[in-house]
Design a protein around this ligand. Structure first.
Ligand SMILES: Cc1ncc(C[n+]2csc(CCOP(=O)(O)OP(=O)(O)O)c2C)c(N)n1
Ligand SMILES: [Mg+2]
Length: 361
């Protein structure tokens, strides 16, 4: 049986799988054409970037890469609700969120080539480094929100993580702390149905992720994560709730990872082709939004082609600059684990340096 979701009454959806909007909900959203086109542009850009990054990995030009294809609506809808002064605390899959918040493309290329500089967003971009420890960013996001509250800043922290992260202790500790202190934080879970090869039903006994919010006394919302309009709406409401001192929200965006977990994985080993095809056609966020724009008279194939070629140019320019930079030496990793590395680590670093030199690497 292909795995899918039902549109239950508790799931917010404005744009259905046929690209039709619920007129009342759409009017209530009060969104102008410019924002609709911005949403489309980012969804499309995200899809093009993603494909390009996979190709670059296959050509050996960057290291392991985690694709986000299929999750663009969840990422774009939520990121466009975030303001410049707000903090983003991401996992490894939020490429388009980071680009929208202002991280330059070159940062990503550096990051995927193993340069530590690539983990540092520019000073004017309020974003934490990419987190690979599952759920490790959740207590950090809560700490960030607490700092903002203590300093009296008008800044909300949005923490991104996956369905698998909700099985970690950090998730529960983070949500508990945030609710006790009524912190300005939004927990944005992209439930893409899989934690590498583990399906969601083997991961948890509860029916939804959103319902876990009840235990922590905070608002929990389940949203169609492939509907950019609904994602924008629930994220905007959650940001307002946080900003006005009414505490945190847990959002479960129900979506799907169309590709493999990373370029080091092969989804055909654990998922059926039927399941993937279902999400790649009828439920695809890009196809769905395009058919909506067509109905609104806002779609133009020339504009689409122009966006694709603009992204390709952008990547080529960034690549030309980036490929003049040598890959980072492996021993550099010792420099960033501790502020002051102990003697053992320094000995290991020197040993690795010697080995690399003697092997002529
Ligand atoms: C603490 C910890 N345990 C295990 C892993 C190995 N690991 C890497 S990704 C992943 C699955 C995470 O799934 P999910 O939270 O659903 O995020 P997704 O990759 O689907 O976006 C696991 C178990 C890790 N990185 N950190
Ligand atoms: Mg997942």
């Amino acid at each position: 049986m292909p795995k899918t979701y039902e549109v239950k009454p508790d799931m917010v959806q404005i744009l259905n799988e046929d690209g039709e909007v619920d007129k009342d909900l759409f009017l209530k959203l009060n969104i102008d054409n410019e924002l609709l086109l911005t949403m489309y542009e980012w969804i499309l850009k995200g899809r093009v970037f993603d494909k390009k990054f996979i190709n670059l990995q296959r050509q050996g030009r960057i290291g392991t890469y985690g694709s986000f294809a299929g999750q663009e609506a969840a990422q774009v809808g939520s990121a466009l609700a975030i303001k410049k002064q707000d903090w983003i605390i991401p996992s490894y899959r939020e490429t388009v969120v980071s680009l929208i918040h202002g991280v330059p493309l070159n940062n990503f290329l550096m990051y995927f080539r193993g340069h530590f500089g690539g983990t540092r967003p520019p000073k004017n971009v309020n974003m934490f480094p990419i987190q690979h420890i599952i759920a490790g960013q959740i207590p950090q996001a809560v700490g960030c929100a607490w700092a903002s509250k203590l300093k009296g800043e008008d800044s909300v922290s949005t923490c991104y993580f996956g369905d698998g992260a909700t099985s970690q202790g950090d998730f529960h500790e983070g949500l508990n702390f945030a609710s006790v202190y009524k912190l300005p934080v939004v927990f944005f879970c992209q439930n893409n149905q899989w934690a590498i090869s583990v399906p969601i039903e083997k991961q948890m006994g509860s029916e939804t992720i959103a319902q876990k919010a009840t235990a922590y006394g905070m608002k929990g919302v389940r949203v169609d994560g492939n509907d950019v309009l609904a994602c924008y709406q629930v994220a905007t409401e959650a940001m307002e709730r946080a900003r006005s001192g009414n505490g945190p929200t847990l959002i479960e965006a129900v979506t799907y990872r169309l590709g493999s977990h990373t370029t080091a994985d092969d989804w055909t080993r654990y998922r059926s082709k039927d399941e993937v095809e279902l999400w790649a056609n009828k439920k695809d966020p890009l196809i769905r939004f395009e058919s909506f724009l067509k109905q609104q008279g806002l779609f133009s194939s020339e504009r689409k082609a122009a966006i694709v070629s603009m992204v390709e140019d952008e990547i080529e320019t960034a690549l030309a600059e980036f490929e003049t930079v040598k890959p980072a030496p492996a021993y550099e990793s010792f420099d960033f684990a501790y502020d002051k590395p102990d003697e053992d680590l320094l000995i290991q670093k020197e040993e690795l340096k010697r080995r690399i030199k003697s092997e002529g690497r």
